[in-house]
Design a protein around this ligand. Structure first.
Ligand code: GDP
Length: 318
């Protein structure tokens, strides 16, 4: 039958007849279901993760991120069984506005850590990723060296739902990664909103990437984010920009003096570096190591981890 739109009443509109569905081009596609990934049992997942099987880890994370109840119940059991093997990593949060150089920096940080025989997991929290289709970490090529390196696990932000939901999934993924032997966990977020607080609540060290040379260096940075930072690192301190970066460094140092001392007792440091040209990367990690020593000695490290666990237990119950 012809389309009603082709009636004379609808001048200027011509609708062609449709065609019937084409046969399947690839006959093997019909049997695709047969090739679907194997569903493991809870103990197979746990065993695989503890045996550092990245493919199984990756599939377990997919279950964690799934909103299907049957996936969630397996995921929760796997997490519970992995919990006793978690906690043995240094968790670092990294934030900065788009373009600050987060992925370039994480690539450089990761390569530095790999040289020191660490295993690195890079996760992300980006509640906007459903809309932006994963502006952060969505595209693995942003970390060119790290994404093809061994002993590395890179995972984009879970994309479903509220910030709370996205954050909880990342938090649970941290547990699985640690059980799989990753001892340096980097959690990236975009420096534009609430997600900083979520990342801050699950890391040991929170780092803010800043840039120099925008005139008023402090403009556009939410005071709250600066206050959360254990370290401010000024990227792109290379070429003509070195002087500007040094200037920004002293501005930030002065600004930080105005804040009350953090609960940890640690005075946040301000460093300059270049992620792209690999300048000053070891200093950034020496700062983090110094912080970890400091809070291990004064007992704050464990205190904070305990507080964080309580916070997440409370969040989960809610
Ligand atoms: P992100 O959006 O925060 O992840 O930022 P990217 O890592 O994608 O970097 C944004 C842009 O800044 C890219 O064009 C990078 O090449 C550039 N960039 C990153 N780090 C540096 C650096 O240390 N020096 C210079 N000159 N450019 C950099």
């Amino acid at each position: 039958m012809d389309h009603i739109e082709n009636d004379d009443n609808f001048k200027g509109l011509q609708v062609n007849k449709g065609i019937s569905e084409q046969p399947i081009v690839n006959p093997y596609l019909k049997d695709f279901k047969k090739f679907k990934r194997k569903q493991y049992s809870v103990s197979e997942y746990v065993e695989g993760i503890l045996n550092k099987n990245i493919s199984i880890l990756s599939q377990a994370v997919t279950l964690v991120e799934s909103s299907k109840p049957e996936h969630q119940s397996i995921a929760q059991e796997v997490i519970e069984k992995c919990l006793p093997y978690s906690g043995n990593s240094i968790r670092v949060g990294i934030t900065g506005v788009p373009g600050a150089g987060k992925s370039t920096s994480i690539d450089a940080f990761g390569m530095h850590l790999l040289k020191q025989k660490h295993k690195i997991a890079v996760l992300a929290i980006d509640p906007s990723s459903e809309i932006s289709k994963g502006s952060i970490l969505g595209d693995k090529t942003r970390m060119e060296r790290l994404s093809i390196a061994p002993n590395t696990f890179i995972r984009p932000s879970p994309s479903a739902g509220s910030l709370g939901g996205v954050a909880r999934k990342t938090r649970e993924t941290v547990v699985l990664c640690e059980a799989a032997g990753f001892d340096r966990i980097i959690i990236e977020t975009v420096g534009v909103g609430q997600s900083e607080t979520a990342v801050h609540s699950m890391v040991d060290f929170f780092m803010l990437i800043q840039l120099a040379g925008t005139g008023d260096e402090l403009q556009g940075i939410k005071r709250g984010i600066m206050e959360m930072a254990d370290g401010i690192i000024i990227n792109k301190a290379d070429g003509n920009n070195i002087e500007n970066a040094k200037l920004a460094q002293s501005h930030f140092k002065n600004a930080l003096h105005l804040f009350p001392l953090a609960e940890s007792g640690w005075a946040p440091q301000v460093l300059t570096y270049s992620g792209y040209y690999d300048i000053g990367i070891p200093d950034v990690w020496s700062m983090i190591d110094a912080y970890i020593d400091f809070v291990n000695n004064n007992g704050y490290f464990l205190h904070k981890r305990n507080e964080q666990s309580k916070y997440w237990m409370y969040e989960t119950i809610n």
